[in-house]
Design a protein around this ligand. Structure first.
Ligand code: ADP
Ligand code: ASP
Ligand code: MG
Length: 439
């Protein structure tokens, strides 16, 4: 049995956390390939090393004074090294990094050094081989992740190595420059390694005891989800349940490898199993709730719209031309609404509106901003009557005005749109109707 284990930033934020991590790793000989993130926050007002690196690079690449900023980063690592009593100096590494910053080797290179250095420290502490991810994780010329080339390279490299540390978050481009995944991307690296070596389990260790029914920053002490499917988790993570990167399920899904989310600070908790499919029912009809603020709706009205061939396509084309992706698109007989990210839309709104007017001649176009979308996700909803009814009565009782309703065609989720200002109240109300009243 082989396990790939990934530790997030808060799990590796200090020497004390490193000790917990080493205990977890050494507790099972199957935990063979370790993916570390960069040191994260030690307390809520702290700054992640990744953010410190972006800031430092910003200064150095603009020719500004970056010395103090670099010093603060060195201190984060040196504190960990000295408190662990390691015989290790990163002085030479920092010389190379500093030269890279001044020589403008790129923001991605800068950010990746957080994981790179933490990987060296962790490998030294554990006595495991260190593998630079630049040698095995590849992107193509366009910056897209090169899954198959990577898969072969990781499998080959690890075939003769029993225990290794492979830093998360980055890989290399064909021209040898460094590229990172998007933020939180160490989760993806773990999944890639798990696929390549056909692991039995991908353990993802973080600072909560699993995927929770709702965001713990909104709902106080939410229930833990025992088992969730890849599909359900993808819906939740896309809609803001940030516990696992939304793309991290793809590599393991190819091999049907389950992911187990665990808590570094409570290793006795079983956490959440993320699986391809399961006969286990969700405990609360719904599996989870997640949401995001900051959407705009563009509602277009035109008599006889439904009989006009190609109408929707023409409208959507105007968004596509401006590079705006569509979140949801509920429609009626003579109306259609398009939900888009407010941030993306404001920059191009006049171009989009002019295009729609020119090409579809609508009766009216109405725009509303500051909408939040909430996804209620659950494999059990398909076979349970009254779920939507319960959601809406909960929202009505909480005096939340529902702006939009959209049920996904897979019947795996129901999306509701509410005013931004009602966002947290709405999530709490939905949580209460399904979970609190059952506890
Ligand atoms: P790591 O640094 O270990 O990768 P992250 O900060 O990326 O950890 O993810 C864990 C955090 O995700 C939790 O501390 C929690 O605040 C947040 N989170 C948001 N939604 C959820 C959810 N539904 N379940 C669990 N955690 C969630
Ligand atoms: N350190 C990176 C970040 O802060 C990647 C990760 O933590 O997964 O986004
Ligand atoms: Mg994360």
């Amino acid at each position: 049995m082989i396990k790939v284990v990934k530790f997030g930033g808060s799990s590796l934020a200090s020497a004390e956390q490193f000790k917990k991590v080493a205990n977890i790793i050494k507790a099972e000989k199957e935990r063979r390939y370790i993916i570390p993130s960069a040191p994260g926050k030690r307390y809520s007002a702290d700054i992640k090393v990744t953010d410190m690196l972006y800031e430092c690079y910003g200064l150095a690449s603009k020719g500004k004074d970056y010395k103090q900023s670099m010093e603060n980063i060195k201190t984060r690592y040196n504190e960990i090294i000295s408190e662990l009593g390691l015989d290790l100096s990163l002085e030479n590494e920092f010389k190379i990094i500093e030269a890279g910053f001044v020589g403008r080797s790129g923001r991605d290179y800068a950010a990746s050094r957080g994981e790179y250095l933490n990987g060296i420290v962790l490998a030294t502490y554990l006595g495991y081989e260190f593998i630079d991810s630049a040698e095995v994780i590849f992107f193509d010329d366009y910056g897209n992740f090169d899954a198959e080339r990577t898969n072969t390279a990781v499998a080959e490299k690890l075939s003769g190595i029993e225990y290794a540390v492979i830093p998360g978050f980055y890989g290399s481009m064909p021209n040898d420059t460094i590229k990172t995944f998007s933020r939180g991307g160490s989760d993806i690296t773990g999944s890639i390694v798990a696929r390549a070596i056909k692991a039995d389990l991908y353990e993802n260790w973080t600072d909560v005891s699993g995927v929770l029914v709702a965001d713990p920053r909104i709902v106080d002490n939410p229930a833990v989800i025992n088992t969730i499917t890849y599909k359900e988790l993808r819906e939740l993570s896309y809609m803001g349940a940030s516990v696992l990167h939304e793309d991290a399920i793809f590599p393991v899904r190819k091999e049907g490898i389950p992911i187990n989310i665990r808590n570094t600070n409570a290793p006795e908790d079983e956490g959440t199993m993320i699986v391809e499919s399961t006969s286990k029912k969700s405990e609360y009809t719904i599996t989870g709730i997640a949401g995001k603020r900051g959407f705009t709706t563009v509602s277009i009205e035109k008599d006889m719209m439904n009989s006009e061939l190609g109408f929707c396509r023409k409208v959507l084309e105007e968004f596509e031309k401006q590079g705006i992706s569509i979140e949801h698109m509920p429609s009626g007989i003579d109306t259609m609404s398009v939900f888009v990210s407010q941030e993306d839309f404001v920059k191009k709104e006049q171009e989009v509106l002019a295009g729609i007017h020119r090409n579809t001649h609508p009766d009216t176009i109405d725009i509303e901003s500051d909408i939040a979308l909430i996804a209620i996700v659950g494999r059990g909803m398909k076979s349970t009557r009254g779920t939507a009814g319960r959601i809406f009565s909960a929202l009505a009782h909480a005096r939340v005005n529902v702006r939009m309703i959209d049920q996904g065609s897979s019947e795996l989720n129901i999306i509701v749109g509410v005013d931004d200002c009602d966002f947290e109240k709405a999530i709490q109300a939905i949580y209460d109707i399904f979970v609190t009243i059952q506890l």
